[in-house]
Ligand binder design. Structure first.
Ligand code: GLN
Length: 289
């Protein structure tokens, strides 16, 4: 056993002070539980230490440096104040891929994977993703359909920076274009148009709650009934689809009837709706005759 007087002086002093001893993984997680759920504290500590879940679990006795401890405390405080985990760690998984995210982009949601599944079922050649944000939809589709030509539009230059970085990270070939929905595309036509547009009603209290508070408002809210952008997209889509081409988009939990009517009014046929994992009709599509 190591005699106490042979310890490095700094460590000895710290050990003697008890609570100021070099913190370990186990102790930091235990302390953080007062302010954040354990599962979240684990994610944040993994991010700070740059280790896998398995490594964190296997070595609860691992010592954490003062710098890492300070970083972890800052993140745990920010999380306790409501900031989304994805913005604190800078990434979120979507369709089995890790995406870089910043507050310039919507945090990818599981239900949006439905759009990827639909695109993969009937592979189209020219595919457009409107309002790409982090690029998660366009990039997942481009990776699943390597023969497709994928174009992705966003109005936000900051979002496109994030999306380009994600495409590079995943080796996906996507053409990114900045502009307001179809505006930058001239007379181009596509076989499939996908979109996860903003669709929340402006007065929806949900916008002031949880993670959503920190996300870009422009990616979420769309007028008094949440349908402003969907109306614009549906109205302009036919001019950018080949005959038989499809428009498929995500919408709010209570908008299925309204969006099906909008598509029918705009002359779309073969209107189809899909439910998300929670059983909510979440995606609607139609074809240009
Ligand atoms: N589903 C998201 C939410 O309710 C909204 C995403 C969107 O507007 N496209 O928070």
């Amino acid at each position: 056993m190591e005699p106490v007087w042979e310890r490095p002086p700094g460590r000895e002093a710290a050990a003697d002070r008890g609570v100021d001893a070099v913190p370990t993984v186990a102790r930091l997680l235990d302390e953080a539980r007062a302010s954040v759920p354990l599962s979240e504290a684990r994610l944040l500590l993994r991010h700070v230490l740059g280790v896998t879940h398995a490594a964190l679990e296997a070595h609860p006795e691992r010592e954490v440096s003062p710098r890492e401890t300070a970083d972890f405390h800052t993140l745990a405080m920010r999380r306790a104040a409501g900031e989304p985990i994805a913005y604190l760690t800078g990434h979120r998984e979507f369709y089995g891929l890790e995406f870089h995210v910043t507050p310039a982009v919507l945090i990818p949601r599981e239900e949006t994977e439905l759009l990827v599944e639909i695109a993969v079922e009937k592979p189209a050649r020219r595919i457009l993703d409107l309002g790409t944000g982090s690029g998660c939809l366009a990039i997942a589709v481009a990776r699943e359909l390597p023969r497709a030509q994928v174009t992705a539009v966003d109005v936000s230059a900051a979002a496109l920076d994030v999306a380009r970085e994600n495409a590079a990270r995943h080796g996906a070939t996507v053409r990114f274009v900045q502009g307001d929905w179809f505006a930058p595309l001239g007379g181009e036509r596509f076989d499939l148009i996908l979109a996860n547009p903003p669709y929340v009603a402006e007065a929806d209290p949900h916008l002031a709650q949880g993670d959503v508070r920190f996300e870009p408002r422009g990616a979420l809210a769309a007028g008094p009934d949440g349908l402003d952008d969907i109306r614009r997209i549906v109205a302009a889509a036919a001019a950018h689809l080949v005959a038989g081409g499809r428009l498929v988009f995500e919408h709010g939990y209570d908008q299925a009837q309204a969006v099906a009517a909008l598509l029918a009014q705009a002359g779309f046929v073969a209107i189809e709706q899909r439910r998300d994992l929670a059983g909510i009709p979440r995606v609607t599509g139609g074809a240009r005759p």
